[in-house]
Design a protein around this ligand. Structure first.
Ligand SMILES: Cc1cc2nc3c(=O)[nH]c(=O)nc-3n(C[C@H](O)[C@H](O)[C@H](O)COP(=O)(O)OP(=O)(O)OC[C@H]3O[C@@H](n4cnc5c(N)ncnc54)[C@H](O)[C@@H]3O)c2cc1C
Length: 460
């Protein structure tokens, strides 16, 4: 019997655990520090209200194999919903994803011509830009003018630092829909829908949990991994975790699948690291505001790329499914504030965040009059996004190769690979790793697949 210990019950860990627990000869245990499954894609309940940890949707260009897996293997009903986003730009709301004609109408023909000419001039410019940073890469692609007016603020807001200090990888991984495929879709108004599980994004994880338990796998919640041990031949041997009572326990492991942040795994293996070797992350405060009145605009999501608006994305997730909070009076807004551990936004009290939210909801015209607040609360998500600063790659490669030198350990998933990726990508990684461990196709080498997974670009 092989003892498989999975660190983290997010979608990647749950996928691997489901596949292995159904196979002969595997004993599977998942250790999860939180009291719930689903990781970043969980749906929780408070005072009878269901809420997702941030706004999640399954995008139309999701890998078809993963869509089939969700529907047929896990039996999840995915609702097909129209996309009703709105982007607030220069004092006006445009449909999001953006349609070029709307954009021209909103910002004026004169300004559009300036942007168009600036873009063309940039295309025929002979001198090539260096493209080390996000700023340089964006300027090389869209030109200085468009970058300054439309991209710079968003980059500051999202990452909390000067875009000149962010790696060009940041553009490739999240270029805010400025690539040819996205432009074509934008001109033609394509793919204006998404999929969503009837009972919230967390339904996927809950379904996984049922299947794992049915196949005799174990999920130990509230159990934080503190140490991973290996023997003198560098073969992984056991995992130490703290249970909900604070007691330290040890569990034997022939293989460890880790989906916890890659730098946390490094500490579990080798002890505390030098701060200069550490990776940088961006966190998120999510404020939930239950209001008596519904917004005057009929959209389900509002995007605010400009810094003068302090709100991040605002979502009305109950519009994603009629069965999510069906009898809720009024509306629940899910408001995301990108921030970093310990910064002023991270440290704000809930009432201070609420005040900011109410002010900006009025300023932007989402509400004409101050709405009545029924309740509000917030959550903090540390390490929600990898932050690709200029020399992240050397630091990542160094720590990833140190981890890989320990046999029997695999660091995968969004935070395990330091990837800005989507749900389908996490599930694909889990499926691929499980089939690798089960020896389904010996010609596929995990190291090669892991490198391919690292080429991924996120969708918004
Ligand atoms: C705000 C936000 C919005 C998003 N929106 C979308 C979207 O619309 N569409 C989409 O497709 N994708 C979206 N994503 C991405 C999606 O959520 C992730 O790709 C996916 O959930 C990652 O799953 P994972 O299992 O790889 O990682 P995680 O969900 O990070 O799972 C890792 C697990 O490890 C646990 N853990 C950490 N440390 C320890 C420890 N020491 N001991 C034990 N357990 C530990 C964590 O609690 C967590 O459960 C979004 C992400 C965010 C942050």
């Amino acid at each position: 019997m092989k003892n498989i210990v999975v660190l983290g019950a997010g979608l990647t860990g749950l996928t691997v655990a489901r596949e292995l627990s159904r196979a002969q000869g595997y004993s599977v245990v998942i250790l999860e520090k939180e009291s719930y499954v689903g990781g970043l894609a969980a749906t929780l309940t408070k005072d009878g209200i269901s809420f997702d940890l941030g706004s999640h949707r399954i995008h139309p260009d999701t890998d078809v194999g993963v869509l089939r897996y969700l529907r047929s293997d896990l039996g999840i009903e995915l609702l097909k919903r129209p996309r009703r986003g709105a982007l607030y730009l220069q004092g006006k709301f445009l449909r999001y994803p953006v349609i070029i004609l709307d954009f021209i109408r909103a910002i004026s023909i004169r300004k559009s011509l300036i942007y168009g000419l600036s873009y063309l001039a940039n295309l025929i410019r002979l001198q090539k830009w260096p493209v080390d940073s996000y700023k340089q890469a964006m300027c090389a692609f869209v030109g200085q003018r468009i970058y300054t007016d439309l991209y710079e603020d968003f980059a500051w807001k999202l990452w909390g630092m000067d875009p000149a200090g962010i790696s060009a990888e940041g553009m490739r991984r999240r270029s805010l829909a400025f690539n040819w495929k996205a432009i074509r879709k934008s001109v033609l108004g394509m793919d204006r829908y998404f999929f969503y599980p009837r009972h919230g994004i967390g339904e996927i994880a809950k379904r996984f949990e049922q299947e794992i338990v049915q196949s005799q796998g174990r999920i130990l919640k509230g159990c934080r991994v503190t140490q991973v041990n290996f023997d003198k031949d560098s073969q992984v041997s056991s995992v130490v975790y703290e249970d909900p009572q604070g007691k330290s326990n040890q569990i034997e492991a022939s293989q460890v699948i880790s989906t916890i942040p890659v730098d946390a795994l490094q500490e579990c293996l080798f002890g505390p690291q030098d701060a200069s070797e550490s990776l940088k992350w961006r966190g998120l405060r999510v404020l939930y505001v239950h209001l008596k009145q519904v917004p005057s605009l009929g959209n389900d999501t509002f995007y605010f790329p400009e810094r003068k608006v302090r709100l991040g994305r605002v979502s009305l997730i109950q519009k994603f499914s009629p069965d999510l909070n069906p009898s809720l009076e009024g509306v629940l807004l899910t408001i995301e504030f990108p921030c970093s551990l310990g910064d002023p936004t991270w440290l704000k009290r809930d009432d201070e965040l609420l005040q900011i939210a109410l002010e900006d909801l009025l300023v932007t015209g989402i509400y004409k009059d101050t709405p009545e607040v029924i309740r509000s609360f917030s959550i903090c998500l540390e390490k929600a996004y990898p932050l690709y600063d200029l020399n992240w790659k050397e630091r990542f490669d160094c720590l990833y190769s140190r981890i890989n030198a320990v046999r029997g350990i695999y660091s995968v998933g969004r935070r395990g690979m330091f990837l800005h990726c989507n749900i389908d990508h996490s599930i694909s990684q889990g499926l691929e790793l499980a089939s690798q461990l089960l020896g389904v196709d010996p010609s596929r080498i995990w190291g090669d697949r892991a490198r391919q997974f690292r080429e991924y670009s996120a969708r918004d």
